[in-house]
Ligand binder design. Structure first.
Ligand code: YSA
Length: 333
C-alpha cells in the first residue's frame, strides 16, 4: 500500500503527457518494475505466489487507473493552453472561396434541352462508339456511297470489327426507332468526331443535337415552326435563318439551315424529311407521299451543331477555344 501511495504521488506530479509516459514506461514498459514482478510470479513457489499475486494485481489496477486519470487531466490542460494561444481577427478581410461553373457548352446544352422539352421533345442518348451499321448503313448510306466521304471517320482497331467514333448523332435515330413506335418527338445531344482539318468553325470533336419527330401528316412546315420557335427561345429575339436545299442520304428533301451573323451566314444544322428507306430499315411502314401519306409514318429530322450555336450565342469567333482548356477563356462565362 505504501508503494501504491508513492507511485500515485509520482504520477500526480507529472507536469505533462511526455513525463507521464516516461513514468508509465518505468512501471509498465518491457523492463518496467511492475511488468517484471508480474512476469516473475510464475517462478515463485505456489504458496509465495498465492500471497503475492492478489496484491500485485491490485497494485497494477490502481496504478493503471491513476495514469489514465492523470493523462485525461493533462490532455485537457494542454488543449486549453493551445486554444488560449489562438485568436481570430474578426476585422481581417475573408479569404474568397473560388467557385467553378459549368463549361459554356454544357450550359448551352442544358438550355437547348430545356427549349425542346418545352416543345414536347424527350431527351435520349446513344453511344459515342458506333457500328458501321448504325452510323451509315441503316441511314441509307451504303458502302462505297460517296456520301460516306462527308463524314471522315475515325475507325477503331481492329478494323475488321468495323467500330468507329460516331461522326454524327443521327445513329441515335435508328437506335430509338428500333425500340419505340410512333408517334414521338425526341432530341439526342452528344459528342461526335471527325477526322478533318480544324479551323475557326471546324474541330475534330464537337457536339451535335439530333432531333426527330415522327407522326402522321408531318411536313416541312412543322419542322420550320419547331426550328423557328427554338431559335427565338434560345436567342430571346428574332434571328435571321434560311433554309438551303442540301443532300443527306437519310432525308428527302434535305436542307441546311444557316443563321445570319455580323460576318455573314453560318451553317448551323442539317435537316430534312426522313427517307422511306430509313423507316424501312427499322421496320416502320413509310407513308406513300404520292397517295397523300395518310396510311404510313412521316417525320422530320435535324442535326444541330451545338458548338456553332454557342459561338453565335456567346459571340465566340473560334470553335477551338471551347476545347483549349484555357482558364482565362472559361472564366468569362
Ligand atoms: C441531317 C439530316 C437529318 O435528317 C438529321 C441530321 C442531319 C445532320 C447530319 N447528320 C450531319 O451531321 N450533317 S453535317 O455534317 O452538316 O453536320 C451538322 C452540323 O454540325 C453542321 O451544320 C455544323 O453546324 C456542325 N458541324 C459539322 N462539322 C463540324 C461542325 N461543327 C464543328 N466542327 C465540325 N467539324
Amino acid at each position: 500500500m505504501e508503494d501504491i501511495a508513492k507511485i500515485k504521488q509520482e504520477i500526480d506530479r507529472a507536469e505533462n503527457l511526455e513525463e507521464l509516459d516516461r513514468i508509465r514506461r518505468k512501471y509498465f514498459g518491457k523492463k518496467g518494475s511492475i511488468s517484471f514482478a508480474l512476469r516473475t510470479l510464475g517462478t515463485l513457489k505456489e504458496e509465495e505466489r498465492r500471497k503475492q499475486a492478489p496484491a500485485l494485481q491490485i497494485l497494477k489496477r490502481e496504478i493503471e487507473e491513476a495514469v489514465k486519470q492523470r493523462s485525461k487531466n493533462l490532455a485537457a490542460k494542454e488543449a486549453d493552453a493551445n486554444l488560449s494561444g489562438e485568436w481570430v481577427d474578426v476585422s481581417a478581410p475573408g479569404r474568397k472561396v473560388r467557385s467553378g461553373h459549368l463549361h459554356p457548352l454544357t450550359r448551352l446544352q442544358e438550355k437547348v434541352n430545356g427549349v425542346f422539352s418545352s416543345l414536347g421533345f424527350e431527351v435520349v442518348e446513344g453511344p459515342e462508339i458506333e457500328t458501321e451499321w448504325y452510323n451509315f448503313d441503316a441511314l441509307n448510306i451504303p458502302k462505297d456511297h460517296p456520301a460516306r466521304d462527308m463524314w471522315d471517320t475515325f475507325w477503331l482497331k481492329p478494323e475488321s470489327e468495323k467500330l468507329l467514333l460516331r461522326t454524327h448523332t443521327s445513329p441515335v435515330q435508328i437506335r430509338y426507332m428500333e425500340t419505340h413506335q410512333p408517334p414521338f418527338r425526341i432530341i439526342a445531344p452528344g459528342r461526335v468526331f471527325r477526322h478533318e482539318a480544324s479551323d475557326a468553325s471546324h474541330d475534330i470533336q464537337f457536339y451535335q443535337l439530333e432531333g426527330l419527330m415522327v407522326d402522321k401528316d408531318i411536313s416541312v412546315a412543322n419542322f420550320k415552326a419547331v426550328i423557328n420557335e427554338f431559335f427565338k427561345a434560345l436567342f430571346e429575339k428574332d434571328v435571321k435563318i434560311r433554309l438551303r436545299p442540301s443532300y443527306f442520304p437519310f432525308v428527302e428533301p434535305g436542307f441546311e439551315i444557316d443563321m445570319k451573323s455580323a460576318s455573314g451566314w453560318l451553317e448551323m444544322m442539317g435537316a430534312g424529311m426522313v427517307h422511306p428507306n430509313v423507316f424501312q430499315a427499322v421496320g416502320y411502314n413509310p407513308a406513300n407521299l404520292a397517295l397523300s401519306g395518310a396510311e404510313g409514318w412521316q417525320g422530320f429530322a435535324f442535326g444541330i451543331g451545338l458548338d456553332r450555336i454557342a459561338m453565335m450565342k456567346y459571340k465566340i469567333d473560334d470553335i477551338r477555344l471551347f476545347y483549349g482548356g484555357d482558364v482565362r477563356f472559361l472564366k468569362q462565362f
